[in-house]
Ligand binder design. Structure first.
Ligand code: URA
Ligand code: CA
Length: 443
């Protein structure tokens, strides 16, 4: 077998690895025989040179095989997994997991932590006092059986290669690579065992895929890998040109998810959540049409069933009852308002800057293993298209210190683009990819 140095050299030169080489690399990184510094160099080479579809598939399967693969056939509910490729104020998973479970699906989900300027479901859930996101395989299966819903972080047992690579990529600027994202997402999805996999591929400046073309290509890779592994997969492309919800930051996003489950909350986030949930029900054969799914979902929100499902789920993983007592969620020591320096229409809210500012406030990591301030972040007070007056509030910032507050405020000046005329609106859903390829959303 070639040395790691040789594999880095090959990839740097744009050569393709063999399946055996990829398998060797993943295996040896997982069991600590390849150090982080060599892996970082290889990841950076992949970012520049890319990987072929066959290499990406080999990487996915090697990462999947780095731990156990769950066998979930005995649950008696259609098993759905939903995964977002990552965005800003993308609170969809926290809403969809209980909503789909309330609809009768089994939601067996393995989630990640925040990556770069994007938030991660595990970090968000850990802002709930007591919540445990590391379930052993038996606990995971027991909860799934009991309530149709269990969520865990990558662990030493399930797709551990992804857990290690993910943490390293987060802090080495090697996240935004198509093959690395495809393998990371699909290795987890395949190992976690769900039959139906709905992928939410984010597109735009607040996502890792900035153009529709790149997002379609990522979606095609992931769908092909999933179908090849015998799963039922669909990818929906959704816009991340501006933050999806209003809250950015871990505890703040949990609170916003609860609002959506109460049938309230920001409109765009609610609409995208409902669309994805309807897609999932149709994918799993639990609804015949989107309209039928919409009716089911509306009833689950109106009746409070979805919210109750969320509450039971949080309690079952050790979390406090934040539905009964919302003040149990952590709150930052400082809160400050960001005011508009002039009047105008909100032409754009730059999702990436918003995400980066939330990291500066303490909500995301700057180095591997950094402890987050789970209370930190910001809540937008306007959306694209709104008219704001000079001195009107654009957002409320939450942080532990005045330094962090000042650093974030400096960054945020550029995030709100105001203009004299209202902006053109753009669609939240761009289309989808299934076995037949890309389908554009009807206008
Ligand atoms: N989500 C993942 O699970 N992995 C990535 O690499 C990016 C987003
Ligand atoms: Ca089709």
């Amino acid at each position: 077998m070639k040395s790691m140095t040789q594999l880095i050299t090959d990839k740097k030169a744009g050569l393709a690895h063999t399946e055996e080489e990829v398998q060797w690399l993943v295996e040896n990184y997982t069991n600590d025989h390849i150090p982080d510094y060599q892996m970082s160099a290889w990841l950076m080479a992949v970012c520049w040179q890319g990987m072929t579809f066959d290499e990406t598939k080999a990487l996915t399967l090697a990462m999947m095989r780095s731990g156990t693969c769950l066998q979930l056939h005995s649950v008696g509910r259609p098993l759905i997994d939903k995964h977002s490729t990552g965005g800003v104020a993308d609170t969809t998973t926290l809403v969809l997991a209980p909503l789909l479970a309330a609809a009768g699906a089994g939601v067996a989900k393995m989630s990640g932590r925040g990556l770069g300027f994007t938030g991660g479901t595990i970090d968000k859930l850990e802002s709930i006092p007591g919540f445990s996101a590391t379930l052993q395989e038996e606990q995971f299966l027991a909860l799934l059986q009991k309530q149709g819903l269990a969520l865990t972080a990558q662990s030493a047992s399930i797709a551990p290669a992804d857990g290690k690579m993910y943490a390293l990529r987060d802090v080495t600027a090697t996240v935004d690579s198509l093959p690395l994202i495809a393998a990371s997402v699909m290795s987890k999805k395949l190992a976690a065992g769900a039959e139906h996999i709905l992928l939410d591929v984010k597109v735009g400046q607040g996502a890792f895929m900035q153009t529709k073309e790149a997002a379609v290509e990522l979606a095609r890779y992931m769908v092909a890998i999933g179908l090849g592994a015998g799963r039922n997969v669909k990818a929906v492309l959704t816009s991340m040109e501006q933050p999806l919800g209003l809250a950015v930051g871990n505890a703040l996003e949990v609170a916003e998810a609860i609002e959506i489950l109460r049938g309230r909350g920001p409109l765009r986030l609610r609409q995208v959540c409902l669309r994805l949930a309807a897609e999932a029900l149709c994918l799993a054969g639990m609804a015949k049409t989107q309209d039928e799914a919409d009716l089911q979902l509306a009833a689950l929100l109106d009746s409070g069933k979805a919210l109750e499902c969320f509450r039971q789920w949080i309690l079952s993983q050790g979390g406090a009852d934040i539905i009964a007592t919302p003040t149990l969620l952590p709150r930052a020591a400082l809160e400050e308002e960001l005011l508009s320096p002039y009047s105008g229409y909100v032409q754009q809210i730059q999702a990436r800057i918003i995400g980066e500012a939330s990291v500066a406030l303490g909500a995301g990591r700057r180095y591997k293993g950094e402890t987050l301030d789970l209370a930190a972040g910001l809540v937008l007070a306007c959306e694209q298209g709104d008219f704001v007056q000079k001195g009107q509030k654009l957002a409320t910032l939450h942080a532990a210190s005045a330094e962090k507050m000042a650093a974030a405020k400096k960054m945020l000046v550029a995030a709100f683009v105001l203009s004299e005329t209202p902006p053109l609106s753009y669609p939240d859903v761009l289309g989808w990819v299934d076995a037949d390829g890309f389908h554009a959303e009807a206008e």
